[in-house]
Design a protein around this ligand. Structure first.
Ligand code: ZN
Length: 291
């Protein structure tokens, strides 16, 4: 089933809800980066969060989440635009930890302590950026804390990835509820209670819930503002790698040609491998010398 995202606001209250299914997104990341179950959960939650935080950015603008934990997974990076594409990686995708006694993947232990950074490149001279300490390394709580601390938006965030026995992704998704203005105490209590009673998103998606079904779990009258498909998609291409090669300079490229006979580069974000064979490198050198 195609993954998609919905952003909606309550008709009578300043409450916004965002819900997304990301099973295909996280499976694509798993295939590209050969993630262990715990790495898939950590990266998948981060990719899902990036898509939810990016619903309001426009055009070519990019939102990037960087989770810099001191745990064995290393850094986790996810970068999304407002059109539903996201890409990302985890530094040590092969690292694994068995589920704990409650059957949960120990994401917090694998991520460790550290910092969460969010940057929004809105095409301005200086990108917006904010950061906070990691609260638990479980990602949902860290994003919730970030939104409150850095953007002053009281939010509740639930992110989930369910990994099957065969290591493939069974289900993944997220729900985010945000208070955008003054709400009375009764409404706030009602929101908190409903959110606390919400079943794990990954279980709901595993049972076939779509984003509109996830929204209905919250008992408010919502009006849908945006609804679009989401996918793991990178922005790399051979041309960009070629530009990077050119920037190394003639001497360096000659050196690679002499020593390796070809140049190989792979993209951090998606794992795509780009090879420039002898003929291509010779042609490139010719161009570089003539410009
Ligand atoms: Zn790429």
């Amino acid at each position: 089933m195609q993954d998609y995202i919905i952003r909606a606001v309550a008709k009578d209250e300043p409450v916004r809800i965002t819900a997304v299914t990301t099973t295909g997104v996280v499976e694509e990341a798993h295939k590209r980066h050969k993630t262990s179950p715990v790495a898939a959960a950590a990266l998948g939650r981060t990719l899902t969060a990036a898509l939810m935080l990016a619903t309001e950015i426009k055009g070519k603008d990019i939102l990037t989440i960087r989770i810099m934990g001191d745990g064995p997974l290393g850094a986790i990076v996810a970068s999304a635009d407002g059109k539903g594409t996201v890409r990302g990686y985890v530094q040590n995708p092969e690292f694994d930890l068995p589920p704990n006694e409650r059957g949960k993947l120990p994401v917090g232990a694998a991520v460790g302590k550290g910092t969460l950074h969010v940057s929004k490149d809105l095409g301005l001279k200086y990108p917006f950026s904010g950061s906070c300490e990691l609260v638990s390394g479980e990602i949902s709580e860290d994003i919730t804390y970030y939104l409150y601390k850095s953007e002053q938006i009281p939010s509740a965030v639930s992110l989930g990835v369910l990994v099957g026995r065969d290591r493939h992704i069974r289900s993944a998704g997220g729900v985010m509820v945000q208070i955008l203005g003054d709400v009375d105490e009764v409404t706030e209590k009602r929101l908190v209670k409903q959110f606390e009673n919400l079943e794990a998103v990954s279980s709901l998606v595993d049972r076939g819930y779509r984003p509109e079904d996830l929204i209905k779990e919250m008992d408010f009258d919502f009006e849908i503002l945006a609804d679009y498909p989401v996918a793991f998609q990178c922005r790399c291409n051979k041309e960009r790698v070629e530009k990077a090669l050119i920037s190394l300079g003639v001497r360096e490229v000659e050196d690679i040609l002499a020593k390796e006979g070809q140049a190989e580069a792979s993209c951090h974000f998606c794992g795509e491998k780009y090879i420039f064979d002898q003929g291509e490198l010779e042609r490139l050198l010719e161009e570089m010398k003539n410009t």
